[in-house]
Design a protein around this ligand. Sequence first.
Ligand SMILES: C[S@@+](CC[C@H](N)C(=O)[O-])C[C@H]1O[C@@H](n2cnc3c(N)ncnc32)[C@H](O)[C@@H]1O
Length: 180
Amino acid sequence: MIDRNNHLDVPFVPTPFEVVRGMLSVANLKPDDRVWDIGCGDGRLVIAAALQHGVHGVGVELDPTLAQQARNEVEWAGVGHLVRIVEADLLNVDFGEATVVMLFLLTAINLKLRPALLAMPPGTRIISHRFAMGNWIPEAAWTLGSTPIYRWVVPPNGPELLRQLEQEPTAPNGNPATLP
Ligand SMILES: C[S@@+](CC[C@H](N)C(=O)[O-])C[C@H]1O[C@@H](n2cnc3c(N)ncnc32)[C@H](O)[C@@H]1O
C-alpha cells in the first residue's frame, strides 16, 4: 500500500444531477451490474444508480467528512442494502469487482488508474465526466450542455493495449457526439 498521507488529488465538485442521469444512461446498466464511483464525494452517483436502476454500488472517498456525508445520504435514500461507502485512497483500493467504474477526477489521475482499469475483465465499462484518458481513445463520447462524457469498454487484450498505449505518443481523445 502506498502511503500518500491522505493526499486529496481532486477537490469535491459534485456532478450536476442531469449529468449523473446522463452518465447512468450511457452505462447501459443491467440488474447484476456493480457500479463503483472512484472519488464519490457525497455518493450521488452510486445512490442514483441504486435508486433508479436497483444496482449495487460502492463509493470510494478519502475525505472522512465527505465519506460520512455519503453514508448519511445512503441511509436517507434508503439504499443501504445496495450501496457501501469505503473510506480509502483511490490508488490503494481494489475495485476489480466493479462492472462499471464512474470517474470525475482529472486526466492525470485517470492515467494513474489506467493500468488497473485495463486489467479489469473485458466488457467492464468506464464512464468519465469531463476528463479523458490520454491516448486511450474512448469507445464513445457525448456532450451534455458543455460537459463531455466519455465511455471506454475494457477490451479482451487490456494488458497488451496498455503496453502499446504506454509506448505511443499521446493522441487526441476522440470526438464528442450528442447524448442519445
Ligand atoms: C470532482 S469530485 C467528484 C465527486 C463525485 N464522484 C461526483 O461526480 O459528484 C472528486 C472526489 O474525489 C475525492 N478524492 C480526491 N482525491 C482522492 C483520493 N486520492 N482517493 C479517494 N478520493 C479522492 C474528493 O474528495 C472528491 O469528493
